[in-house]
Design a binder for this molecule. Structure first.
Ligand SMILES: [Zn+2]
Length: 338
């Protein structure tokens, strides 16, 4: 190339690069896929609604090219004549007549005689088409609810399983998105959805113990402002039966410090509890604490990440305790551990 001059062309006049960039998108344009093409809906009332007549980019591009090639070079006289003939005689064919929609819908195999709209989905290799109910947008919510929230059918299953079941019988645009949205807004799922991994220990609300030292709740509070004794955390050990609480001020919440505190400040004074329950924090879920429970002979169970209610007594106490500590800390210095 021999570039002589560079001229700036304003963005709004320079549509060629824009056209080129759009051209490539059309290749994997979802709208070009036959399953996502023209969607229409027939009302029970006499009014007919057209939801969306879609002209895909590849289609409109083809049309443009057809016209330009036919009109530009003078040697293609025959094609121009043909275009003119087409314009005169077939004018009616290029005008879309919306008033005939109802008549055509009645002859459409997708729409049954009773006016119910179906979506015909062809199986990947088979010739037979499956007939799915087309679900109107106003009914999507109640359909998903009936599958997801009903313990007999769905039982709060995740997106993939609900979708598999729905796809057997129903169709609507953006099915997957609707199901994802529904599950995201389901309080039950948000509260109890534990990751796919196997959960350690027991999961569900702990039955009340029938005596002292049967069940001990364990949890950390803090970090608080550091004291002269260099304490920042409080380990709370709560007996579920008596509600008796041992609170130990500690410098860190490391495994070693925690294990020592459990041993010195509880077991040596009150004996070995039958079971200790805690959350899955690294202070409690580690090899040292595990070895301690094996050595001394108590059970250690972990409550679920999103179910602190199973360690309810301790969490309840912490609520009050933190408020009290905050008051002490605010009033004067940072001697809350004394
Ligand atoms: Zn749910």
């Amino acid at each position: 190339f021999n570039i002589k001059e560079i001229i700036h062309v304003k963005g709004k006049y320079n549509c060629l690069p824009d056209y080129l960039s759009r051209n490539t998108i059309a290749v994997d344009d979802e709208l070009a896929h036959h399953e996502y093409g023209l969607n229409f809906k027939k009302d029970n009332s006499s009014s007919i609604q057209l939801l969306g007549a879609v002209v895909t980019r590849s289609k409109s591009k083809a049309t443009t090219q057809h016209i330009t090639t036919n009109s530009s070079p003078p040697q293609h006289d025959t094609s121009i004549t043909r275009l003119n003939d087409f314009n005169r005689s077939n004018l009616n064919e290029i005008v879309f007549d919306i008033t005939k929609l109802k008549e055509h819908q009645l002859n459409d195999k997708q729409i049954q005689k009773d006016g119910t709209l179906y979506k015909l989905i062809s199986a990947p290799h088979g010739k037979t088409k499956r007939k799915l109910f087309y679900i109107s947008s106003s009914m999507i919510k109640s359909l998903i609810t009936s599958y997801h929230d009903n313990p007999l059918i769905g039982g709060h299953f995740a997106v993939r399983r609900i979708l598999e079941k729905l796809k057997q019988q129903y169709w609507w645009p953006e099915m997957k998105e609707s199901v994802i949205d529904h599950i995201k807004s389901c309080i039950h799922c948000q509260a109890y959805n534990v990751t796919q991994q196997k959960s350690p220990g027991f999961l569900h609300p702990t039955p009340p113990p029938d005596g002292p030292n049967q069940l001990l709740g364990m949890d950390f509070c803090g970090p608080f402002s550091i004291t002269p004794q260099e304490n920042r955390y409080v380990l709370c050990l709560t007996d579920y039966f008596t509600k008796f609480i041992v609170a130990v001020a500690l410098p860190t919440c490391s495994a070693g410090v925690t294990a020592e505190a459990i041993f010195k400040n509880y077991i040596c004074l009150f004996g070995v509890p039958k079971t200790i329950i805690s959350d899955q924090g690294t202070s409690f879920k580690n090899n040292l604490i595990h070895s301690l429970s094996k050595l001394i002979g108590y059970h250690h169970i972990f409550c679920t990440p999103y179910g602190p209610q199973s360690n309810g007594a301790v969490e309840r106490f912490n609520g009050t305790f933190v408020t009290q500590l905050a008051k002490l800390t605010n009033e004067e210095t940072n001697n809350w551990d004394e």
